[in-house]
Design a protein around this ligand. Structure first.
Ligand code: AMP
Length: 473
């Protein structure tokens, strides 16, 4: 997971990067960082914690320049350590490189071993540093950024949306399958590349388009250049971005996530109707789904679990009793909405099953008579190797259990998961262009010991077609 952003703006970038990262905070809460460039010097600041904890206005004022990149981190590869906070900054001969990455490489171990056997040093355990090594190595040989990104696309296996800054030129690229999102927007005096369109909205900017899979974007004094580096037979957009990860107000590869979730809610009713007194969301991840179920069923949407919005991830829960307590502090039931009522409870997904079980327990304690659980994703059966922090098969409740056994474990009266067909229809992207690895156990890149069906990729060697794009003011 992780959120990335790059901005070039004549009016300065540090505050804009800060607001954009704030809008992307849901993509990572472990660390945040910004690097900026003023034409000769690099300025940087990063630290562990939330965006608001890592930066203050004096820090932002010290980050000078009209181009910069930022990152919020959610660890998938690389431990929770200060040295893994991004962006990473490197000096090489007369050049300054700053880089931030969202995604997960499945061949990072091999690549790392190869570099280490050549005597290269690493100062972190992230994939991002490996990408930086590939880029600098090729830049050293040819001096050409297209060649460097081309080499990345040939040798990196997995998911990668990248923003980087080389001597003040802002560059963004997306892996040939477009697994993780990346989009482009226009601000009053500049351009922005970000993981989700919500970062563009936060700056009052205009969404232009998604970065195409296999495309590289360069933004400099001349404007924006686009180069298609590789073309895959099909795409593999992460389906879990639509289910849970992206913000509901984001537009991802042409689909507004809120609308997708609303449609899924309606389809959940069509697939598994049930008479009930009210439809209740598990806030906030289930909300659009629950509204969709309520609209379609005409069963009233009633909030019966209230979320404490000040409950951060920093709440430390050492014992089981404390963990139980934490759920109650996070979600408080409204007894009069639940007492002796039959409730349709809607959430986005069940992963380990512990959240659903606890929430149903709280609702039963508050007097709920029946709890019909409706889930906006099919059962999650397999781990993710491509950037979503999912547990192993052993920990995934649905990996080896039939639906009725899961229902018993979470103590629901009834349980229904949306079918993959309905989910795909709601997203509006052909199933062959989605990564459904966590649902099907079949991945779009080769992963040792797993089933895969990877598309052919055409690497456009030496025939880069570069287009200059202009967007007016
Ligand atoms: P559980 O079944 O207890 O593992 O929790 C599942 C809930 O956690 C889902 O309803 C989501 O809202 C949320 N969730 C799903 N995937 C993730 C993830 N990769 N990281 C954090 N939270 C998640």
């Amino acid at each position: 997971m992780c959120g990335i952003v790059g901005i070039r703006d004549a009016g300065g970038v540090s505050f804009s990067l800060y607001y954009a990262l704030y809008a992307l905070q849901h993509r990572g809460q472990e660390s945040a960082g910004i690097s900026t460039f003023d034409g000769s010097r690099l300025y940087k600041h990063k630290g562990q914690g939330l965006v608001a904890d890592v930066f203050d206005s004096s820090i932002l004022e010290s980050l000078e320049g009209t181009v910069g990149i930022g990152h919020v981190r959610y660890p998938t590869t690389g431990a929770n350590r200060p040295e893994n906070a991004q962006p990473f900054n490197f000096a090489h001969r007369d050049h300054i490189l700053s880089i931030a990455h969202n995604g997960n490489l499945v061949n990072s171990r091999e690549l790392r071993e190869e570099y280490e056997s050549q005597g290269q040093l690493f100062c972190s355990t992230t994939d991002t540093e490996i990408i930086a090594k590939v880029i600098t190595e090729e830049m050293c040989k040819s001096g050409c950024i297209e060649d460097a990104v081309h080499r990345c696309m040939r040798i990196l296996k997995g998911s990668y949306s990248v923003v980087m800054m080389i001597d003040g030129v802002l560059i963004g690229f997306r892996d040939p399958l477009g697994i993780k999102p990346l989009c482009i927007g226009k601000t009053e005096q500049g351009l922005i590349i970000a993981s989700e369109s919500v970062a563009i909205d936060a700056l009052g900017g205009r969404f232009l388009r998604d970065v195409a899979p296999g495309e590289m974007i360069c933004i400099d004094d001349q404007g924006m250049r686009s180069t298609q580096i590789a073309v895959a037979q099909r795409r593999a957009h992460c389906i879990f971005e639509y289910i849970y990860f992206a913000r509901a107000d984001a537009i991802l590869d042409g689909a507004l996530v809120y609308d997708v979730r609303l449609k899924i809610g309606g389809k959940l009713f069509e697939e598994a109707p049930v008479p009930a007194d009210s439809v209740c969301t598990v806030p906030d991840s289930g909300t659009a789904y629950a509204i969709g179920y309520s609209e379609r069923s005409k069963i009233p949407y009633v909030e019966s679990l209230l979320k404490n919005r000040y409950m951060g991830r920093t709440f430390i829960m050492a014992t089981q009793t404390e963990r139980e307590l934490a759920v109650r502090i996070k979600l408080n039931p409204i007894k009069s909405h639940l007492d002796n009522k039959s409730i349709v409870l809607v959430d986005d997904s069940i992963v380990r099953g512990t959240t659903s079980r606890r929430i149903i327990g709280i609702m039963r304690d508050a007097g709920a008579r029946e709890i019909h659980m409706r889930i906006g994703s099919p059962p999650i059966k397999a781990p993710c190797y491509l950037g979503v922090d999912m547990p192993t098969r052993e920990e995934l409740i649905a990996s080896d259990k039939a639906m009725d056994e899961v229902r018993k474990r979470i103590t629901a009266t009834s349980l229904h998961h949306i079918s993959i067909e309905a989910l795909v229809e709601a997203i509006g992207i052909d199933r062959s262009n989605l990564c459904t690895g966590c649902l099907s156990g079949c991945y779009p890149v080769e992963i040792s010991g797993e089933e895969s069906s990877s598309p052919d990729i055409d690497y456009l060697d030496g025939t880069f077609q570069t287009r200059l794009e202009s967007f007016g003011s």
